[in-house]
Design a protein around this ligand. Structure first.
Ligand SMILES: Cc1cc2nc3c(=O)[nH]c(=O)nc-3n(C[C@H](O)[C@H](O)[C@H](O)COP(=O)(O)OP(=O)(O)OC[C@H]3O[C@@H](n4cnc5c(N)ncnc54)[C@H](O)[C@@H]3O)c2cc1C
Length: 522
């Protein structure tokens, strides 16, 4: 038995962030990771050939940029542990089948000029949308990195003013409803609807409307962060931070049980039978569907609600390519954005792709998104070479009855065939590739259950303080003292948010730690 103050199950960035704040508070912290590597969804690995570092999951760090964790450098990740970001001028663009493009820039006037290629009316509407996004952003940012306000209270607050009611209305609308009220051109609507798709939901899903404004607000105010050296550099900096405060981070430790003593989380047991005691608390990256298997004696109502949380039908498939040189696109326009969306012919076709998923079918066409971050950061690859990260959505349970292990090679080949449609030299530069199916996705982290890269679906009834369920929405587990949760299935949701900070705040309240002292730059 080895004693610590805090034991954290999982070295995903959220678990590491929570553990690092507690380590900064003087607690003796241990992080246990089942994989042979650290980081969960924030990892860079040589998946194809030596020297080619691929961001296996997250590649751009968007929402963490406004987190006081980085804004004030509360853990010294930038100042002391070498974390650096690049912010390219163009965070995102769409490339259409006919070679036309719509590029977004951090400067709204440049984006408006792009939109004016299609519709001057839409260009003017975009500037209105951008102004609205900028107006809402500070209020949204103020709510993202602390525990969520109870849903009833936040609705009551919004209901008190005209502006609040307009925000509430937008929150309840679908992305499509919002886009149809701003834009007339099919391409412009398709471009912005693809943004909703990145949240693994159809643009037609109700209560996705606010996503357009959140995304646009972040894109313009903060840009899309490209971590120098790869996504995993955030993980490396967090591990160094924990170790600098005397904490330990251990790989190859599969935790099978959280031990409970007198109704209180008291430690963990690994698959190898090793026991670690936690004097103060246990933090767990534990999916709601498996919470009761890890934490014995869970209240039956808490368990029932946790197991009823819903997972999206849009599971993720990725292809990571090692390239011998730059990929050339068929379009004459420059392709130099962080996220590059390879668009179907029409907006309708995109919406119907999500309808296919709803019925358990493969999408009628691949909705490929891609990033080639070596074009901004050459440190990830050998000189002159490149990497590409290409993603698509598919049902976790394949309609053809084939298993993903049997079918993924053909699926990856079909994704690459689709990429050939937009590029001219794929076969000349493709050295090697690695494909992760939805099944591989959940093997790399139990958070990505059934290939849902947000853990559970991003729907209104699983959002805010009701994420994942009303009982578990404050990162605590009712009935089990000193057990705390982190993960994409917790508020504010999937993505590199650094949300473990909010878990650390809740823990600080319970452990009589003055969190304001942890907010000082390290
Ligand atoms: C393909 C893909 C692309 C993505 N792209 C982006 C992007 O570009 N930008 C963005 O912001 N977000 C992106 N995301 C989402 C983002 O990666 C996740 O939301 C985020 O990494 C979740 O972090 P986390 O710390 O909450 O959980 P995780 O990263 O899932 O970490 C949980 C960790 O806990 C470990 N663990 C779990 N159970 C145990 C156990 N019992 N014992 C020991 N260890 C355990 C897991 O192995 C894992 O390492 C992407 C996700 C995927 C899958």
């Amino acid at each position: 038995m080895t004693d610590y103050d805090i034991v954290t199950v999982g070295s995903g960035h959220n678990g590491l962030v929570a553990a690092a704040y507690l380590a900064k508070a003087g607690k003796r912290v241990l992080v246990l990771e089942r994989n042979a590597w650290f980081g969960g969804g924030v990892v860079s690995r040589e998946l194809t050939r030596p020297g080619f570092r691929h961001d296996q999951h997250s590649m751009t760090h968007i929402f963490i940029q406004a987190n006081p964790l980085l804004q004030r450098d509360e853990l010294g990740l930038k100042g002391r542990f070498g974390l650096r970001y690049l912010f390219p001028d163009s965070p995102m663009m769409s490339v259409f089948e006919d070679g036309s493009t719509l590029t977004m820039y951090r400067d709204p006037k440049r984006t408006a000029a792009e939109i004016a290629k299609w519709s001057t009316r839409d260009a003017a509407a975009f500037l209105r949308m951008s102004a609205q996004a900028a107006a809402w952003l500070p209020m949204l940012v103020a709510t993202l990195y602390t525990p969520p306000m109870p849903l009833g209270a936040s609705s009551a607050l919004m209901d008190q003013s005209r502006e609040g009611r307009e925000l509430w209305r937008t929150i309840q609308m679908s992305c499509h409803d919002v886009l149809a009220s701003y834009f007339e051109h099919d391409r412009v609507r398709a471009h912005f609807a693809r943004v909703a798709g990145e949240n693994l939901v159809s643009a037609d899903e109700k209560a996705t409307g606010i996503g357009v404004f959140v995304f646009l607000g972040f894109l313009e105010a903060y840009g899309f962060g490209v971590p120098v050296g790869g996504s995993g550099r955030l993980t490396d900096a967090l591990v160094q931070c924990i170790e600098s405060y005397g904490g330990a981070v251990m790989a190859g430790q599969d935790v099978t049980e959280v031990t409970i003593t007198n109704g209180r989380a008291a430690g963990v047991v690994t698959a190898a039978g090793q026991k670690f005691a936690a004097r103060d608390a246990v933090i767990g990256a534990i999916h709601p569907h498996t919470l009761s298997a890890m934490v014995a004696g869970l209240d039956p109502e808490v368990r029932k609600a946790a197991e009823a949380t819903q997972i999206t039908e849009a599971a993720c498939v990725t292809v990571h390519a090692a390239l011998d040189g730059p990929l050339q696109f068929r379009t004459p326009d420059p392709v130099q954005s962080v996220m590059i969306e390879l668009m179907p012919a029409t907006y309708r076709e995109m919406r119907e792709c999500f309808d296919n998923l709803r019925y358990g079918e493969f999408m009628r066409t691949h909705l490929l998104g891609m990033g080639m971050l070596s074009m901004f950061d050459a440190t990830r690859v050998p000189p002159g070479k490149g990497v590409a990260h290409i993603w698509d959505y598919a049902p976790y349970r394949r309609p053809d009855g084939c298993s993903w292990d049997e079918g993924k090679a053909a699926y990856a080949a079909s994704m690459l065939e689709r990429l050939r449609h937009y590029t001219t030299n794929l076969d000349d530069v493709l050295l090697d590739f690695h494909c992760d199916s939805p099944l591989d996705m959940e093997r790399t982290s139990p958070s990505f259950r059934r290939g849902d890269l947000h853990g559970i679906a991003t729907t209104s009834y699983q959002s805010g303080s009701h994420r994942p369920t009303p009982e578990l929405g404050q990162y605590r587990v009712p009935g089990v003292e000193r057990m705390y949760l982190v993960g994409p299935f917790q508020y504010p949701g999937g993505g590199v948010f650094g949300a473990g900070r909010a878990t650390a705040q809740v823990m600080s309240d319970d452990l009589n730690i003055d969190f304001s002292k942890l907010e000082q730059p390290a």
